[in-house]
Design a protein around this ligand. Structure first.
Ligand code: AMP
Length: 203
């Protein structure tokens, strides 16, 4: 009896199924379409950067260059000057920006890397919402929804923060929030309609 020529058939089958977002062993492995995942199936992540202490431009540029070395296909927004909101007492104005890029790291490892970048710029936390040399928030991690001690993604407050949504909308208006299923442009539009007297961000 001639053996069935299996070589090549199974790998091709697996490849086709995984491309469609269906793993034959593990079932649905996540939505593979839409702008939260790249063509190589690496998660597309969004990071918000802020600084309102010391040499803000230099802290921001440092963070951007470290992220450039860490993420693939990175896109970075302009820097925006913003009035502090939800902070303790009188504080200097912030510079804010956002970057998106691909990562091979887990969300936890990426967060640890972000905290290490903050520490490299002398980030201290004397009290909650104190002025900061550098603040890096993991806003989105592909289409993952994570709620663990010390790691919440999407970032729980990003939808109310113009200083996150506006820079992000500059570089990735079609990126989707996997929790609300809304795009960044839609979230920014909603925020603008609900806060018509908002102060404009200055680039
Ligand atoms: P903050 O002092 O406001 O920069 O908060 C940093 C702390 O928030 C870290 O210890 C993180 O463990 C925690 N955290 C939880 N989720 C996130 C997130 N998505 N991005 C950044 N920090 C987070």
């Amino acid at each position: 009896m001639r053996p069935i020529p299996r070589k090549g058939v199974v790998p091709l089958f697996l490849f086709c199924q995984v491309k469609k977002g269906y793993d034959p062993f593990f079932g649905v492995v996540g939505r593979r379409s839409g702008p939260t995942r790249t063509s190589d199936h690496l998660p597309l992540v969004a990071v918000a950067i802020g600084s309102n202490l010391g040499d803000r431009e230099s802290h921001m540029a440092f963070a951007r260059s470290r992220l450039r070395a860490m993420l693939g296909s990175i896109r970075a927004s302009s820097f925006y000057e913003t009035t502090p909101e939800g902070v303790e007492g009188e504080q200097p104005a912030f510079l804010n920006a956002a970057v998106i890029g691909e990562t091979q790291l887990s969300a936890r490892d990426l967060l640890d890397a972000l905290l290490a970048i903050e520490a490299d710029r002398g980030r201290e936390r004397p009290f909650a919402r104190a002025p900061r040399t550098l603040d890096l928030d993991l806003v989105l991690f592909g289409d993952q929804i994570i709620d663990e001690p010390g790691l919440t993604v999407p970032h729980p407050r990003f939808r109310e923060r113009r200083f996150v949504l506006e820079p992000l909308a500059e570089i990735a208006p079609d990126l989707r929030d996997p929790a609300s299923h809304k795009s960044i442009a839609e979230l920014l539009d909603e925020l603008t309609r609900s806060t018509p007297d908002h102060e404009a961000l200055r680039r």
